[in-house]
Design a binder for this molecule. Structure first.
Ligand code: PSV
Ligand code: MN
Ligand code: MN
Length: 409
């Protein structure tokens, strides 16, 4: 393997040098890419028709961390794990934090859950009932408190709030209630904390959703202040939406806070990122890297502090391999985006050379980056093929002892 990699990498390096790409810089950026995995991605999930129960699924938040540690150990790229409360509620958060540390991990984004209790059927922070609104806001505040206990600096908010029928809710009133709850939560944030506001155009509300698109999330975040930013979940857009355009716009406004990566074919499918739309993922990274070169420092800083997170439900596939595949796909598309020659694109744009500009972007996508990825893994003492290493590790067989009936989501 070693010899094959060396020869392939030498050729790759020569090609890139010829194109004016600094491969050492590419390697540095690639090893610097960190991707947060979600605790719920290790649990059982399904569609609304059925949740499939698998053998060996973690039974509690500690076991979810055990599985997340496998992904980090094999890729070196996933040192943090997002938690969802109350799915990951524990008696003692210091114990969970220490356990994460003992595995070489840390707790990442804290996600309040105001969508699974019966009380929230008609809305949480936008419910017409003031007691339910208070209960929901209290939960958001409780999550800020948990952030302090686990050492997290990201509060990741998604609201299922919406309605199914015209007239069911007072849309403008609900908009104001949403902002009130966000403002109260924003005030509780410590100076090092960020609040990321996620949007979704439908589901479970099918007539209207209170935060339906990036513009609404952007407006809410802008009114709150600099610690509030927008979270782009790649699965939360209508067919044909140009997600990379949204990314570029938010970067330029200094308001892109993070991603929830997944793939979609029809709606919020939460499929493995990069499986159906790798070019979209590449183009998202291209926009981020382009913004990283901006003359405006605020745009550059925004591009640098993006929280990259996976948000997927693995309904039919094995959870840990699914997470590994996600991370590997992200690394592959990021590696390709790092090969874009931005000067060549800018030059073609200046000359209004439509096909030249399109070619300068696409050309990077068409390179085989596997020798590059193999080399950076080898240099970090990681397996060159993390998926194979996992399948051969015996871990899946070991966790079979957990039996069936692990955590759902
Ligand atoms: C909602 O569809 C979502 O994307 C939000 O991020 C939730 O927190 C997550 O999925 C898990 O349900
Ligand atoms: Mn999401
Ligand atoms: Mn989603």
């Amino acid at each position: 393997m070693g010899q094959w990699i060396d020869r392939a990498f030498a050729l790759f390096e020569e090609q890139q040098r010829y194109r004016g790409i600094d491969v050492n810089w590419v390697k540095q950026k690639l090893t610097g890419l960190k991707i947060e995995t979600p605790s719920w991605g290790y649990g059982d999930s399904g569609t609304r028709f059925k949740v499939f129960q698998k053998v060996g699924v973690p039974r509690n938040p500690f076991e979810k961390l055990d599985d997340a540690a496998q992904v980090h150990n094999l890729t070196g790229a996933c040192p943090s794990v997002a938690i969802h409360i109350p799915w990951d509620k524990v008696e003692n958060y210091s114990k969970l934090t220490e356990y994460a540390q003992s595995l070489g991990l840390r707790i990442g984004a804290v996600n309040p859950n105001v969508f699974q209790e019966d009380d929230y059927m008609l809305g949480s922070v936008t419910n017409a009932n003031p007691e339910i609104r208070r209960k929901a806001t209290q939960h958001l505040l409780e999550c800020v408190h948990i952030m302090k206990e686990v050492g997290s600096d990201v509060l990741s908010l998604w609201f299922a709030d919406g309605t199914n029928y015209p007239g069911q809710g007072h849309i403008r009133q609900r908009k104001q209630w949403m902002q009130e709850a966000l403002a109260e939560t924003y005030k509780a944030l410590a100076p090092n904390m960020r609040m990321l506001i996620e949007y979704k155009f439908f589901e479970p509300g099918f007539y209207h959703t209170d935060l339906a698109d990036w513009g609404m999330a952007f407006n809410a975040a802008t009114k709150l202040g600099p610690q509030a930013e927008v979270l782009v979940d790649t699965g939360h857009h209508a067919q044909g939406t140009n997600v990379e355009h949204i990314v570029a716009y938010l970067l330029d406004e200094g308001k892109l806070g993070g991603f929830h990566f997944n793939s979609r074919k029809y709606a919020d499918d939460d499929l493995i990122v990069g499986t159906t739309n790798p070019y979209e993922l590449f183009l998202i990274f291209y926009q981020i890297l382009e913004a990283g070169r901006d003359k405006n420092e605020n745009v550059r800083k925004t591009a640098e502090h993006i929280a990259y997170m996976v948000d997927q439900s693995h309904a039919i596939e094995s959870k840990i391999p699914a997470m590994l595949r996600s991370v590997l796909n992200i690394q592959t598309q990021y590696a390709k985006a790092l090969l874009v020659n931005h000067e060549a694109v800018a030059d073609a744009q200046k000359r209004n050379d439509v096909l030249g500009a399109e070619n300068a972007v696409r050309e990077a996508y068409e390179f085989d980056v596997s020798p590059l990825l193999a080399v950076i893994r080898e240099e970090q003492g990681l397996p060159v093929d993390p998926m194979r290493a996992f399948l051969e590790s015996g871990y899946q067989e070991k966790i079979a002892a957990r039996g069936v009936g692990g955590s759902s989501w």
